[in-house]
Design a protein. Structure first.
Length: 157
């Protein structure tokens, strides 16, 4: 009986060892390479579409397409907007069919930084790199590492 358990233990250890060594290890995401590609893709998009954009030091590019009036929201404001979200190829992935309200504290960093660039009634286009959007891994239907383009109208705040 003792030999049986010893053999069983050795076989079990061997099976576990083979399973563990054959498991694929998590691949490290090269965020620096994705960031560099995002930047190149954004610059190509701006050139192709003849857009002159401003940028933040974090990598958000934005174009103010309609000046609003007087004041701008802060990063902690609750805002009401209309928007269309699309990929660089123009394929739409999201939009508001009517006005939508939310706290800027509850949205992606690209919006937290971009919406305060608008004034009440203003419109703009935000080119949001992955690091300011939904990140480097797939998020719902959005592929990881995606640059997102948002056309946004700030209704009120």
């Amino acid at each position: 009986m003792n030999t049986f358990f010893r053999t069983f233990a050795l076989c079990s250890a061997l099976v576990i060892s083979v399973c563990l060594s054959s498991c694929k290890k998590d691949e490290t995401i090269d965020t620096a390479a994705i960031d560099a590609k995002n930047l190149a893709d954004i610059r190509a998009y701006l050139k192709t579409n003849s857009l002159a954009a401003d940028s933040t030091d974090t990598g958000l590019y934005y174009v103010i397409t309609k000046q609003g009036t007087v004041d701008s929201p802060t990063a902690t404001s609750t805002v009401t907007v209309r928007y269309v979200g699309k990929y660089l190829d123009g394929k739409e992935f999201d939009s508001s069919t009517s006005n939508i309200s939310f706290s800027l504290q509850n949205v992606i960093k690209g919006w937290q930084q971009g919406i305060p660039k608008l004034k009440r009634g203003g419109k703009g286009t935000f080119l949001v790199p992955a690091k300011l959007g939904y990140g480097y891994s797939n998020y719902q239907d959005i592929p990881g590492g995606s640059v997102l383009v948002f056309d946004v109208e700030l209704i009120s705040f």
